[in-house]
Design a protein around this ligand. Structure first.
Ligand SMILES: [Zn+2]
Length: 63
């Protein structure tokens, strides 16, 4: 089963904590059959937006 992200164009843009641009949007996770699975935050400015829990390689720890 594959899912896709559906960004709500009318959602308020929030400042992204990664790139700093106010381009963080609420996106809905929609399955192939159109069922909404959940929602996540997607930044349209960051080169990649993925919800990989193992992400966190490189860069100094936030302090
Ligand atoms: Zn960003």
């Amino acid at each position: 089963m594959s899912t896709r992200l559906q960004i709500d164009p009318e959602s308020a843009a929030l400042p992204c904590e990664h790139c700093g641009h106010p381009t963080l949007h609420v996106a809905r996770l929609v399955a192939d059959n159109g069922t909404a699975i959940g929602q996540t935050m997607v930044c349209t400015a960051c080169p990649r937006h993925r919800a990989d829990p193992r992400a966190g390689v490189g860069g100094p720890a936030d302090g």
